[in-house]
Design a protein around this ligand. Structure first.
Ligand code: NAD
Length: 295
């Protein structure tokens, strides 16, 4: 299958590589030359522009940072929806506002282009291993078309509902993740302040009622888990500013539907302060620094 892949960052890079390894003819593009070079070095064909990448593609996948990037890629001046052939399937895996996903889907439908939102969970580890969870918003028929492509990048595929529903599921999940990373950080720092070995404490909590994904796969304290971003200077992974974006989306949504999300609001404020302190580009688990003793 001819697949165009736009956005080759921490997540998009390994996702595009998995499609390439599965035998698809991938034509990839990113605005960052470094991101393109990294994929080219692994044998993936790099297009000169997004327009060139989608030329002749049967499926277009995008993995961009936020709503404004997706909107300008597809709907902006010279946007891709004006260039993609009718009958093409577009899978947007970026985490963005549900309203933006619906807007792009409606514009696509008017041109005979099926657009589904398919945000993911599982982190960069899941992207590399091809074990991501996809949360899809769109029709059953469009999901059926997308499934063979999604299966090469993920292990779990959920149909959340109509257009935008994948995004709603994703912000519920990430609001919970943002909160639990702060809670996990507080608990580890409290134990360490009392002289406990953080590895022993983390293992106790992982196997007890406080067990969660951060303790399983993403311990926020450097040195506890070799593979976690914390042990790599919080490089790569899921940026603090991306988590801040998701918590903002959750709060906007909560305001719109009059939901009460006090911990989600507090978590947004803590990640905002962490970002303002200069840590926006670090992995979000670096939020542990907000509760750590200096030095
Ligand atoms: P990233 O910042 O590492 O990568 C985004 C890439 O998009 C960058 O390389 C950037 O140059 C490129 N880009 C931006 N605008 C572009 C355009 N118009 N054309 C081509 N390329 C463009 O971000 P990421 O960590 O890969 O995250 C991507 C999305 O996935 C975000 O919405 C994020 O919230 C979500 N997400 C991330 C993770 C994670 O663990 N990193 C997990 C789940 C979901």
């Amino acid at each position: 299958m001819k697949i165009a892949f736009i956005g080759l960052g921490n997540m998009g890079g390994p996702m595009a590589l998995n499609l390439h390894k599965a035998g698809h003819a991938v034509s990839a593009f990113d605005l960052s030359a470094a991101a393109c070079d990294a994929l080219r070095a692994q044998g993936v064909a790099i297009a000169a522009s997004a327009s060139a990448a989608v030329s002749g593609a049967e499926v277009v996948v995008s993995m961009l940072p936020a709503s404004q990037h997706v909107e300008s890629l597809y709907l902006g001046e010279g946007g891709l929806l004006a260039q993609i052939e009718s009958g093409t399937l577009v899978i947007d895996s970026s985490t963005i506002a549900a309203a933006t996903s619906r807007k792009v889907a409606e514009a696509g439908a008017a041109r005979g282009i099926a657009v589904i939102d398919a945000p993911v969970s599982g982190g960069t580890g899941g992207a590399i291993a091809g074990t991501l969870t996809f949360m899809v918003g769109g029709s059953e028929a469009d999901l059926a078309r997308a499934r063979p492509v999604l299966e090469k990048m993920g292990a779990n595929i959920f149909h959340a509902g109509g257009p935008g529903a994948g995004q709603t599921a994703k912000i519920c999940n990430n609001m919970l993740l943002g909160i639990l990373m702060i809670g996990t950080s507080e608990a580890i720092v409290l134990g360490v302040a009392n002289g406990l070995d953080p590895k022993v404490l983390s293992e106790i909590m992982r196997r007890s009622s406080g067990g969660n994904w951060a303790l399983e796969k993403y311990n926020p304290l450097p040195g506890v888990m070799e593979t976690a971003p914390a042990s790599k200077g919080y490089a790569g992974g899921f940026g603090t500013d991306l988590m801040l974006k998701d918590l903002g989306l959750a709060q906007e949504n909560a305001t719109a539907v009059k939901a009460s999300t006090p911990l989600g609001g507090l978590a947004r404020s803590l990640y905002a302060a962490h970002s303002l302190a200069g840590h926006g580009a670090l992995d979000f688990s670096s939020v542990i620094r907000m509760v750590q003793r200096a030095g």
